[in-house]
Design a protein around this ligand. Structure first.
Ligand code: SAM
Length: 243
């Protein structure tokens, strides 16, 4: 089944067996892909549902599809992975959002800590949400990762209790490889929270606080990786082991 070219339809635009594509998708379907009445396309709702639809009405103003069939969890991992990452400078965090989405994370928590060198700016959140949307469609996923608002590290700790496993990327003598940690668990975790530090890493107090709150330190090898590299490697390792 070809899911690779999919179009986003928010859940409230799906009524019974009809989907009404939002205006950005209408433009893309009409002017870029030159779709015609009777053509079949895939729509995804961002909640894990993919619909094959036949276009029944298409014009510059609207594109309406009739649902032919529905598939669930297309392109999705069985493991609910959240990446909490220290906010980075420039376009590095954009890149991380795109790659983490391609790799299948369900949500991303941008956090601020002692090592953060940038100021929070809500425009960046909106930008990351658009990047996640484009990456979801491009990678053949059906769930739209949620980009949370800026958190302080304390806020990340607060939400961490809801996860089966808490991991922090932190090089050090007490850090093990992820495969080793997963190998010791009786069952694969259903939900995992991954933490990656900002450019400056975590200060000793933060490391202590995180460990006290059940975060297991993981080493990604003997080289120091940039934060965005570490984030991608960590997510990829979880997906390889838990998919
Ligand atoms: N000077 C910082 C330090 O020593 O912690 C370097 C931070 S590193 C550039 C940014 C983040 O990437 C770290 O906080 C950590 O989460 C992750 N990271 C980078 N290389 C790593 C490695 N080899 N093992 C585990 N985590 C790593």
């Amino acid at each position: 089944v070809e899911h690779w070219e999919s179009h986003y339809v928010p859940p409230d635009r799906i009524v019974r067996d009809e989907v009404a594509f939002p205006s950005e998708e209408v433009r893309h379907l009409v002017f870029v892909l030159r779709k015609k009445k009777g053509d079949r396309v895939w729509a995804v709702d961002g909640l894990g549902n993919a619909y094959e639809v036949e276009l029944v009405r298409i014009s510059k103003k609207e594109a309406i599809g009739r649902i032919l069939r529905t598939e669930n969890n297309v392109g999705e991992s069985p493991t609910d992975v959240t990446l909490a990452a220290g906010v980075l400078k420039g376009e590095r965090f954009d890149w991380l959002v795109e790659k983490a989405t391609e790799l299948g994370v369900r949500s991303i928590v941008p956090f601020l800590s002692e090592g953060t060198v940038v100021r929070p700016n809500s425009q960046r959140i909106r930008r990351w949400r658009n990047i996640a949307l484009a990456a979801m469609k491009q990678s053949g996923r059906s769930m739209l990762p949620e980009i949370k608002d800026f958190h302080q590290l304390e806020g990340v700790i607060r939400i961490s209790a809801g996860f089966d496993l808490r991991i922090m990327a932190h090089p050090g003598p007490g850090s093990a490889a992820l495969s080793e940690i997963l190998g010791k668990l009786p069952d694969p975790p259903k939900s995992v929270l991954l933490l990656v530090g900002p450019e400056g890493g975590f200060v000793p107090n933060e490391v202590r606080l995180l460990e006290e709150n059940g975060f297991v330190p993981v080493s990604l090898g003997p080289r120091r990786l940039r934060s965005e590299t570490a984030g991608v490697v960590l997510v990829a390792q979880v997906m390889v082991n838990c998919e």
